[in-house]
Design a protein around this ligand. Structure first.
Ligand code: TXE
Length: 487
């Protein structure tokens, strides 16, 4: 267990009822550093059926007990305290992400700060969920009130573990629900560490519970009869399984934040320097492991040769900037683990047969899961690198002639998460934005997250929204009260 002693924040047990407790299941998992495949932590306990039941029972007791009597102001106070504690311990939490999935430390610190901001944002909503009243013009006085759902579950991925925890847990507790959260088996440590902070912040036992496990534990949550809502971030494949189990069990409410193959369109009048930045350092953020990454880029043919040559230089510079993720100056690290590395390497070989390789296409170095930032040019419409989410530092780039043509190409995908438009014409930007089938359209920017606005995808990129008012209402249900005014 030597590897676990490097950081007092490393927890290997389950967090249930405000305590780290041993799992009833005997299964454990280990986490390895994708920089050098060294052991980060072992003996991380996996939740089985009995453990999930224990977490659900704790959440149900808390919901029926003290938590449902807390006022919005009281919930806000404990959430603000949670945010303060997350920020206070950012330097202990961020390395847990970096060591587990290779997120560069400066990126991990940014994500931990945003995790705190999400708790602050949702704390602002706790006493602002107004109902509605309708006049008794037909003799019936009508009131619409919004009520919490009860026990909610959250499942997150590895590419921004503590963010996914916050998007799901903060919205749930802000509205008076209780939660069980399962992080990814690839990066369970940062999320598990937040359990102790929830207790210190003052959440009553059972309000915030955290379990670890892989898809099997996730399936136990999705099919649990006493969980009333589940929110999932991950692949479309797993997301559909979650929805299937949710329907087959108790028709629990479902929010899905899934993958993407987001288009980015660069028109001939775009600010080229700005477009280059967004298609290099911004795209390569988190080594391209971001659901909103614009991995399908469309460049007007009149500027394509110049743009592609300049982007090639940016990618090769980024490749030289690859470093050990724990170094504060590192911008660009390894992929999350061997499974992701093998997946991306397979796509690189597929891409060499489907398109022209402009730069990259190889493993970077001889240790760890590093890959060269890669640009493929003009894949066919049915190319796998053009159709499938690769989830790595790999762009599929095509040229186009007309606005109508490129909008059609941009929309020709089963996903609909995000999109970008680079042009100096605001009328063209808004005209194209109105036609793009995506949950978000970034104009002359990319990778923008606004906590006050809804985030989520159309088509197979998801179901429902997180953040903003939509994110809070996803944890409430309306009840209409009708009063006969004639008696
Ligand atoms: O995702 P999974 P993985 C995409 C991306 C990536 C691919 C695989 O293309 O390469 O998915 O990544 C839990 N029932 N995205 O393997 O399997 C699992 O334990 C319930 C994009 O990490 O979806 C983990 O906690 N839960 C995405 C979470 O789902 C299940 C981010 C994600 O794991 C489950 C991540 C099941 N049947 C991956 N199977 C984004 N939108 O950013 C797995 N899980």
């Amino acid at each position: 267990m030597a590897a676990n002693r490097t950081n007092s924040f490393i927890q290997t047990k389950l967090f249930i009822n405000n305590e780290y407790v041993d799992a009833k299941s005997s299964e454990t998992l280990s986490v390895y550093n994708p920089d050098d495949e060294s052991l980060v932590a072992e003996g991380i306990q996996v939740a089985g059926e009995a453990d999930v039941d224990a977490a659900v029972d704790a959440a149900a007791a808390a919901f029926k007990g003290p938590w449902s009597k807390w006022t919005g102001v009281q919930r806000a106070a404990v959430m603000q305290k949670m945010a303060d504690l997350i920020e206070k311990h950012a330097n202990e939490i961020a390395p847990l992400e970096t060591k587990a999935m290779g997120m560069p430390l400066n990126v991990a610190l940014f994500c931990v700060k945003m995790t705190a901001d999400i708790f602050r944002y949702y704390a602002g909503w706790t006493d602002k969920i107004a109902g509605e009243q309708f006049p008794a013009d037909d003799g019936v006085y009508k009131i619409v009130q919004y009520e919490p759902l009860g026990v909610c579950a959250g499942i997150g991925a590895w590419n921004a573990s503590t963010l996914f925890f916050a998007f799901k847990t903060a919205a749930a507790v802000a509205t008076g629900n209780t939660t069980i959260y399962k992080g990814s088996e690839k990066s369970p440590l940062g999320v598990l560490a937040l359990g102790a902070l929830a207790k210190e912040a003052g959440f009553p036992p059972g309000v915030v519970n955290i379990v670890t496990g892989d898809g099997r534990t996730g399936a136990m949550l999705a099919s649990h009869m006493k969980i009333n809502k589940i929110s999932f971030t991950g692949s479309a494949f797993a997301g559909k399984k979650v929805q299937e189990l949710s329907a087959k069990s108790n028709l629990k409410r479902v929010t899905l934040e899934l993958g993407g193959k987001s288009p980015s369109i660069i028109f001939e009048d775009a600010d080229i320097e700005n477009a280059l930045t967004h298609h290099s350092s911004n795209f390569l953020f988190n080594t391209g492991q971001a659901c909103i990454a614009s991995s399908r880029t469309f460049v007007h043919e009149s500027i394509a040769p110049k743009f592609i040559e300049a982007l090639k230089v940016r990618f090769e510079t980024a490749s030289n900037g690859i470093g050990v993720p724990m170094e504060p100056t590192t911008f660009f690290g390894p992929l999350a683990d061997k499974k992701q590395f093998d997946r991306v390497m397979e796509f690189l070989e597929i891409g060499k047969k489907e398109a022209e390789l402009i730069t990259g296409g190889q493993r970077k170095g001889t240790k760890g899961f590093y890959v060269q930032p890669t640009i493929f040019l003009n894949p066919a419409e049915d190319a796998r690198i053009y159709r499938e989410e690769i989830f790595g530092p790999v762009i599929a780039l095509k040229t186009f002639k007309t606005e109508d043509e490129v909008v059609e190409m941009a929309n020709d995908t089963s996903y609909g998460l995000s999109s970008c438009v680079f042009t100096t014409s605001i009328s063209r930007a808004l005209r194209v934005a109105s036609k793009l089938e995506a949950g978000a359209v970034n104009i002359n920017t990319s990778h923008v997250f606004g906590l006050g606005v809804p985030f989520g995808g159309k088509k197979q990129s998801g179901l429902g929204r997180e953040a903003g008012r939509a994110g809070i209402m996803a944890y409430l249900e309306s009840k209409t009260v009708l009063i006969n005014m004639a008696v």
